[in-house]
Design a protein around this ligand. Structure first.
Ligand SMILES: NC(=O)c1ccc[n+]([C@@H]2O[C@H](COP(=O)([O-])OP(=O)(O)OC[C@H]3O[C@@H](n4cnc5c(N)ncnc54)[C@H](OP(=O)(O)O)[C@@H]3O)[C@@H](O)[C@H]2O)c1
Length: 227
């Protein structure tokens, strides 16, 4: 049996991935900081409730081996979809709060590193296959004024997975494109109109060019043979 671990399943792309995987032959471990109403009916899903901005207690909370041991089938493959991320505080460097810098890196970088490391250790213990699908972004490779925390944190975690790939792990980064989710809403609402990219973000929505996260989720799961 394949076990798919996904972070950030309450909304946006993560929720679309969870809903698409519900009822499939995979077992899903969803890591989120809140519960969602539908989860009571999700028989092939285990939920871990954890706030990824608090990485200290994360590994005590993520007892992957214990969860896998009580599943009915033997785990042959673990696939980690690193989805949860925040755009963080928007604005010039020099105006950022210490709290927002630490929080963004805890969610976008430190927590996924801890989870990946722990899952890889678990996969080795169980002698099963391990794969990482990182939800990346063009912003990891492009410096966008006002988005320093998002660009730099997504770039850092992208590099971590590149190194994992060099070490022989089946790790890849997927850019989902610009989607109609809360993250885009936050950028439109909080981005300073004087920044050069402001119109890019507002025009995409005005022209109806934002992708539906449900379509992105289905395409991604089909591409990686997870449905
Ligand atoms: N939207 C885009 O246009 C776009 C473009 C390129 C790449 N991406 C990437 O796509 C991925 C998904 O983005 P999205 O647009 O679906 O974002 P979203 O709608 O803002 O959803 C983010 C998810 O992350 C979770 N999350 C945030 N902070 C958390 C925390 N402290 N602990 C646990 N979970 C937390 C949220 O849960 P809560 O409900 O608890 O906050 C939510 O489930 C991200 O990696 C993003 O970088 C997005």
């Amino acid at each position: 049996m394949r076990v798919v671990v996904i972070t950030g399943t309450t909304r946006g792309l993560g929720r679309a991935l969870l809903e698409a995987l519900h009822g499939t032959r995979n077992h899903v471990i969803a890591i989120s900081r809140k519960t969602i109403a539908e989860q009571v009916d999700m028989s092939n899903v285990s939920f871990i409730i954890h706030d990824l901005s608090k990485p200290h207690a994360l590994i005590e909370q993520c007892k992957f081996l214990e969860i896998l041991e009580i599943l009915p089938g033997e785990t042959s493959e673990i696939c980690f979809i690193n989805n949860a991320a925040v755009v963080g505080q928007l604005g010039d460097i020099g105006t950022l709060t210490q709290e927002s810098i630490l929080r963004t890196f805890n969610i976008n970088v430190i927590s996924p590193m801890l989870i990946s490391n722990e899952l890889m250790r678990t996969a080795r213990q169980l002698s099963c296959q391990f794969k990482i699908i990182h939800i990346g972004t063009g912003a990891a490779h492009r410096a966008i004024a006002g988005l320093s925390l998002y660009c730099s944190s997504k770039s850092a975690i992208d590099m971590f997975y590149k190194v994992a790939f060099e070490e022989g792990v089946e790790a890849c980064s997927v850019d989902p494109g610009v989607m109609d989710t809360r993250m885009q809403q936050e950028i439109r609402n909080n981005y300073d109109p004087s920044f050069p990219m402001y119109e890019y973000f507002t025009d995409l929505q005005a022209r109806g060019e934002l992708k539906d996260p449900n379509d992105v989720a289905r395409d991604l799961l089909m591409q990686y043979d997870l449905l």
